[in-house]
Design a protein around this ligand. Structure first.
Ligand SMILES: *Cc1c(COP(=O)(O)O)cnc(C)c1O
Length: 429
């Protein structure tokens, strides 16, 4: 099996006339089709909303595009809240799911009318203090069941080791206290496993949360309005794995919804929320980079003009990202290369011992599945600059949605001491 790309060599050659490599390229058509499918998968649930996890791809053009499909945003920091507000997301269209939260960010979220999702029971006191007792009418609490979360097919994660959420007893206590403080409507949230490639994750998690909602309702009398399944729906990064089917996932959640809430007249019309990041964007963004150097020592190296500051996942987690050589999609993969960036860090490799077609200098490499947790994890090590983000529109034109950083951006935080006055103005551009 192989992974296909949404852009051809000829199209890349056109794009580079205006925008030099490296750059991110997002597939508008792919994003739209997928967003439509997600909406359809949960259309059985009247109050359904996907709150796109802003941290995955914090770009206003992407956020506005998703807004057309009814998406809200899931924010975890001041700047993510600011971006959401500036993009026109209002009130309950914003979820504030943060942890280790600076108290003033609760104030900002409350002012926006966002739904605040409390990660810890002690945050009730924090909110009480900073909002001077004025709790929002609707609040959510994050649950951590502890132990090990297993799906049977090799997928497991370790909530007991994770810093997030409240224990079972804490969340019951939290609801009681919040009700005393005047909170009227509630949500329940949990994120138990990351990048799950199985159609069973959401249904399994949903069942746990639905049963917890029933217990919370029965023990505290709380009015539960929504269940937030959070993120964690994955994508297959390697070409041999089967992709998740969101329609099946939606059906699976529907089935357990009917099982748990079916006979409950007092728990009707509970909305399902999701906070997917990766599933919404990862497959629809690529890094396009040029081969600029080859090196033959103990191994064969291809150096490209992107590096780990542009896409950190391989360096950070050893993550696999498929690579296609533009124009050589059907050529035999009869060479073995390490594909590297230029950082002074040996982990700066986009691929290790990868079978690829023969790469010539000047070839364009397409690094797949970089649309989420890609650009956003960028940094400036070695004084490297972040690249541009382009939207490949439905009419196959490249539209700039974030310009590349310049040296002036890199030095901007020294603006108080006149450092750049001593530099060549041309170099700063
Ligand atoms: C990161 C995150 C998400 C998105 O996770 P994905 O794996 O990208 O789907 C959603 N909710 C919260 C609270 C997160 O921290």
């Amino acid at each position: 099996m192989s992974k296909t790309t949404f852009v051809t060599k000829e199209q890349i050659e056109e794009i580079v006339k205006d925008f030099p490599t490296p750059f991110y390229l997002y597939d508008e058509e792919g994003i739209r089709k997928n967003a439509e499918k997600v909406k359809k998968a949960f259309s059985w649930n009247k109050g359904y909303r996907e709150y796109f996890a802003v941290k995955a791809t914090p770009n206003p053009f992407i956020l506005k595009l998703l807004k057309e499909y009814g998406c809200g945003t899931d924010c975890s920091s001041k700047t993510e809240l600011m971006m959401s507000e500036a993009c026109g997301f209002e009130g309950h269209e914003v979820m504030f799911s943060s942890n280790d939260t600076p108290p003033e960010e609760f104030v900002m979220a409350a002012k926006m009318g966002a739904i605040i999702n409390l990660d810890d029971i002690t945050h009730i006191d924090t909110v009480d203090e900073v909002l001077e007792g004025h709790f929002p009418e609707t609040m959510c609490c994050r649950y951590n069941p502890g132990g090990v979360f297993e799906l049977g097919n090799g997928i497991m994660d370790n909530p007991g080791d994770a810093k997030y959420g409240m224990t079972h007893d804490q969340i019951i206590e939290a609801y009681k206290i919040l009700m005393e403080k005047g909170v009227k409507h509630f949500g329940v949230h949990a994120f138990l496993a990351s990048n799950t490639v199985t159609n069973d994750y959401y249904p399994t998690l949903a069942k746990q949360l639905f049963e917890l909602a029933v217990e919370l309702h029965d023990k505290t009398g709380a009015d539960i309005r929504f269940i937030n399944l959070s993120g964690g729906v994955g994508i297959a990064y390697t070409p041999d794995k089967e992709q998740n089917d969101i329609l099946k996932i939606g059906e699976g959640v529907h089935k357990v919804y009917d099982e748990v809430f079916g006979g409950r007249e007092d728990m009707k019309d509970i909305a399902i929320f999701t906070e997917m990041g990766r599933f919404m964007l990862a497959p629809y963004g690529v890094v396009v980079t040029k081969a600029i150097h080859e090196k033959h020592i103990y191994k064969e190296y291809i150096g490209v003009d992107a590096c780990a500051v542009n896409l950190m996942r391989p360096a950070m987690y050893g993550a696999y990202h498929h690579i296609t050589v533009a124009g050589k999609e059907n050529a035999p993969c009869d060479h073995v290369y390490d594909v590297t960036g230029s950082l002074c860090e040996n982990s700066d490799k986009f691929a290790i011992d990868r079978k690829l077609p023969k790469i010539d200098m000047g070839d364009y490499l397409i690094i797949h599945d970089a649309g989420a947790h890609g650009y956003s994890m960028g940094y400036n090590y070695n004084g490297k600059l972040r690249c541009a983000e382009l939207l490949f529109t439905t009419d196959k034109k490249a539209k700039l949605i974030r310009r590349a950083e310049t040296p002036a951006d890199y030095f901007a935080t020294f603006d108080f001491c006149g450092l750049t006055d001593k530099m060549n103005a041309e170099d700063l551009k």
